[in-house]
Write a protein that binds this ligand. Structure first.
Ligand SMILES: NC(=O)c1ccc[n+]([C@@H]2O[C@H](COP(=O)([O-])OP(=O)(O)OC[C@H]3O[C@@H](n4cnc5c(N)ncnc54)[C@H](O)[C@@H]3O)[C@@H](O)[C@H]2O)c1
Ligand SMILES: [Zn+2]
Ligand SMILES: [Zn+2]
Length: 419
C-alpha cells in the first residue's frame, strides 16, 4: 500500500468529492493507516505561483514542499481566491518584502498529511486555512474578549514557520542548490500544496461546498463578523458601508442578516453598485457624484447619521468620512481596511467623545472554535449567508495574474481559482 504522500492518492485535477473518496479508500484502511505512521512523509513537488519581486507577474513553477513538522499540517489546496490584502502584499505594502514568496490566504482544501502531535485533523479532512490562527491555549485564546492569539495571530512581518524559523517551500537555483521560498500570513495558499501550523487550519463539515467555503477563509468572515461580533448590529438600525468590495458587501450581508432597516453602500466605482444591488442593497452613494463630502450626504439621508458605519476601502480619508457619517452620541465606525504605514488615525481625540471607532480583524471570530458554526450558518436555514453573490469570476489557477488584474481594476469581488 502506498504511503499517503503518493501522487496516486490525489487526482491532479479532481472534484473535492473525488479527492475525499480517494483519501478514504487509500488512507483509512487499517493497512494504509499503519503504513502512514510507519513511513516517513516525503517532500513533494507542487505547482505554485511564486512572487519574485514587488509587482512582478506571478511565475507558475514547481516548488518542493517539505512534509509537515510537529504541530503542522500539509494541505492540498483545491480553491483559492484573491483578497485585497494579497494585492497590497503583491505591491509590497505593509508587509516584510522577502522574495521569492508564495502569497495567498483565502482558500479551501483537503488535509494531505499531518505532523507529529496533530490530533484534531487527519488526511482527508476538509479544511479552511486561517491567517489569524488560534492555538487555544494562550492567555488570548482563553479570553473571550479577543480573537488574537499570542503565537499565531496575523503578522505581516512573518515569512517563516513558527516551529523552527525555517520555510517548507524551496526551489532549485541555476546551480541546483535549494533556495528557500518564503511564507505569507500563516497560509501561502497560492500553491497546490502548502504547509501550515495546525493552529491556522480549521476542519469543517465535509458536506460544505469547498468552492464556497474558500470565502470564509478571509473576506466574508471578516465582513460578516464585523457586523455581528464587533459592531453587534441591532434590528432596525441604519448602516453605511464604505468600500463595496467583498469585505464591505459581507459587512452589508451581516447587517442584512441582523435585520438592519437601511444599508447604504458607498463606493467610487459604479460597477460595485450593480454587485450590491444583486445582493439586496438599495441605497448607494458615489462620492464623485456630489459636490459635498459623503458624510454630509449620509447625514442628510438619515436625518443625523447612521448607527453604524464600516470602513472597507483601506483609505484613511474614507475612514474619516465613515466616522463623520455616524450619528452624534452613539455612532460606531468599524474599520477593516488595511492602511498605509506610517500615517495615523485621522481623528482628533476630542471627537471620540461623540462617536466611537473600533477595528476588526477576521471579523472578531476565533477561527478554530467558531468558524465551523459559521459554515453551518452558510449551509442551512432560510436566512443563510449568501456566498454565491461574492464569486463574480472563476479561472484556472494558471491564470492568477489575470485574477489579480480583475481585482485591481475593480471588476471582480472574488475570482475563484481552481487548482
Ligand atoms: N481586517 C481584516 O481582517 C481584513 C480582512 C480582509 C481584507 N481586509 C482589508 O479590507 C479592505 C477591503 O478588502 P476587499 O478585498 O473587499 O477589497 P476590494 O478592492 O475588493 O474593495 C475595496 C473597495 O473600496 C472601494 N474604494 C476605494 N477607494 C474608495 C473611496 N475613496 N471611496 C469609496 N470607496 C472606495 C473600491 O472601489 C473597492 O470597491 C482592504 O483594505 C483589505 O486589505 C481586512
Ligand atoms: Zn484577506
Ligand atoms: Zn493562542
Amino acid at each position: 500500500m502506498a504511503p499517503p504522500q503518493s501522487d496516486s492518492l490525489l487526482p491532479e485535477k479532481s472534484s473535492p468529492a473525488k479527492v475525499r473518496e480517494a483519501f478514504r479508500l487509500s488512507c483509512f484502511s487499517p493497512t494504509a493507516m499503519k503504513a502512514s505512521h510507519m513511513t516517513p512523509l516525503r517532500p513533494r513537488a507542487s505547482e505554485a505561483a511564486v512572487l519574485w519581486g514587488p509587482e512582478e507577474p506571478f511565475v507558475i513553477q514547481e516548488v518542493q514542499v517539505e512534509p509537515p513538522q510537529r504541530l503542522e499540517v500539509r494541505v492540498k489546496i483545491l480553491f483559492t481566491s484573491i483578497c485585497h490584502t494579497d494585492l497590497g502584499a503583491w505591491k509590497g505594502e505593509n508587509v516584510v518584502t522577502v522574495y521569492p514568496r508564495i502569497l495567498g490566504h483565502e482558500a479551501a482544501g483537503v488535509v494531505e498529511s499531518v505532523g507529529e502531535g496533530v490530533e484534531d485533523m487527519r488526511a482527508g479532512d476538509h479544511v479552511v486555512p486561517i491567517f489569524h490562527g488560534e492555538c487555544g491555549d494562550c492567555a488570548f485564546c482563553r479570553s473571550d474578549k479577543t480573537n488574537m492569539c499570542a503565537v499565531y495571530r496575523v503578522d505581516p512581518s512573518k515569512s517563516v514557520m513558527v516551529g523552527d524559523g525555517g520555510t517548507r517551500f524551496s526551489v532549485a537555483d541555476a546551480a541546483g542548490e535549494r533556495r528557500p521560498v518564503y511564507h505569507f500570513l500563516n497560509t501561502s495558499t497560492f500553491a497546490e500544496y502548502t504547509v501550515l501550523d495546525s493552529a491556522c487550519v480549521v476542519k469543517i463539515n465535509p458536506a460544505a461546498p469547498l468552492e464556497r467555503m474558500c470565502l470564509l477563509s478571509c473576506g466574508i468572515t471578516t465582513g460578516v463578523g464585523a457586523a455581528w461580533n464587533t459592531a453587534n448590529v441591532t434590528e432596525g438600525s441604519t448602516v453605511a458601508v464604505f468600500g463595496m468590495g467583498a469585505v464591505g458587501l459581507a459587512a452589508a450581508e451581516g447587517a442584512r442578516h441582523r435585520k438592519a432597516s437601511r444599508i447604504i453602500g458607498i463606493d467610487v466605482n459604479p460597477v460595485k453598485f450593480d454587485y450590491g444591488r444583486k445582493m439586496g442593497i438599495t441605497e448607494f452613494v458615489n462620492p464623485r457624484d456630489h459636490d459635498k463630502p459623503a458624510h454630509e450626504v449620509i447625514q442628510e439621508m438619515t436625518n443625523g447619521g447612521v448607527d453604524y458605519s464600516f470602513e472597507c476601502a483601506g483609505n484613511l480619508d474614507v475612514l474619516r468620512e465613515a466616522f463623520l457619517s455616524t450619528h452624534d452620541g452613539w455612532g460606531l465606525t468599524v474599520m477593516m481596511g488595511i492602511h498605509p504605514t506610517p500615517r495615523l488615525l485621522p481623528v482628533h481625540p476630542m471627537e471620540l467623545y461623540y462617536r466611537r471607532v473600533a477595528a476588526s480583524i477576521f471579523g472578531g471570530f476565533k477561527g478554530k472554535s467558531q468558524l465551523p458554526d459559521l459554515v453551518e450558518k452558510c449551509m442551512h436555514g432560510d436566512d443563510r449567508i449568501n456566498l454565491d453573490g461574492f464569486v463574480t469570476h472563476e479561472l484556472p489557477f494558471g491564470e492568477i495574474n489575470e485574477a489579480f488584474r480583475l481585482l485591481q481594476q475593480g471588476k471582480s469581488l472574488r475570482c475563484m481559482l481552481r487548482l
